[in-house]
Ligand binder design. Sequence first.
Ligand code: B12
Length: 211
Amino acid sequence: MADLAKLKEAMGDLEEDIVVEIVDEVAAAGAGAQEAVDALSAGMDIVGDRFSAGEYFVSDLIYAGEIMTDAIQKLSSLLASGDAASVSTKIILATVKDDLHDIGKNIVKAFFEAAGFEVVDLGIDVAPEKIVATAKEQGIKIVALTGVLTLALDSMKATVEAFEAAGIRDDVNILIGGNPVSAESCAAMKADAWAHSPADSVKICKDWAGK
Ligand code: B12
């Protein structure tokens, strides 16, 4: 059994060698990927707290992002596996405008793909117009938005409004996720659902896809 407390601490301390060692252990065991991601995320919270306290700098956030991205890549095939009933429904996934954080997005993507969805990943800092245009062009009915910055909520709201302005709001289901979202923000921006857990988001989207 991998030492998850040590994994969390190593992520927080930016000890890349130790993170790699423990993640390799989990990948080789073929189990415990979700617990490892939770430990890494808790380590990222330590990084965030140290950044807020002025102990870490932007360069440390970048390094933390690189360590976590590599770790997620190693674990992604193990995440949410065993639930791969083919859904054959497309989902747009995007980090909203002005937000560059994509680690959470990539985890959610791994969950959606493991559940059999086809993910149209528009990347980071995605303008509302691009999301609307993609939904129109490809006839996509499910849109999952992610963001980590508080200001991402404004961009999510702008995206919902862009669907209204395009006259296709009722044709799509919009899911919002990431740390700043809540029941209140979901209701305020009139999104259709919100979630923090990628596993919950799969359930919601399967429901929307009629599966
Ligand atoms: C790594 C990091 C970065 C990296 C990101 C690299 C990358 N490739 O993503 C870089 C260096 C780019 C960065 C930049 C900045 N960052 Co930053 N960053 C972080 C840090 C340390 C970790 C974020 C992360 O990846 N967490 C791990 C992932 C797995 O968690 P997650 O994204 O929340 O995703 C999980 C859930 O939320 C959920 N989820 C996510 N999306 C979705 C979507 C759906 C649909 C669902 C259902 C679920 C879901 O599932 C995931 C798995 O559980 C956080 C601190 C923290 N505790 O979050 C700060 C943090 C987010 N950053 C912060 C700041 C201030 C910045 C900068 C402004 C710094 C600066 N001065 O330049 C810039 C902003 C750039 C921009 N415009 O976006 C603040 C945000 C404050 C705020 N409330 O707005 C934080 C909180 C740090 C802090 N405590 O001050 N950052």
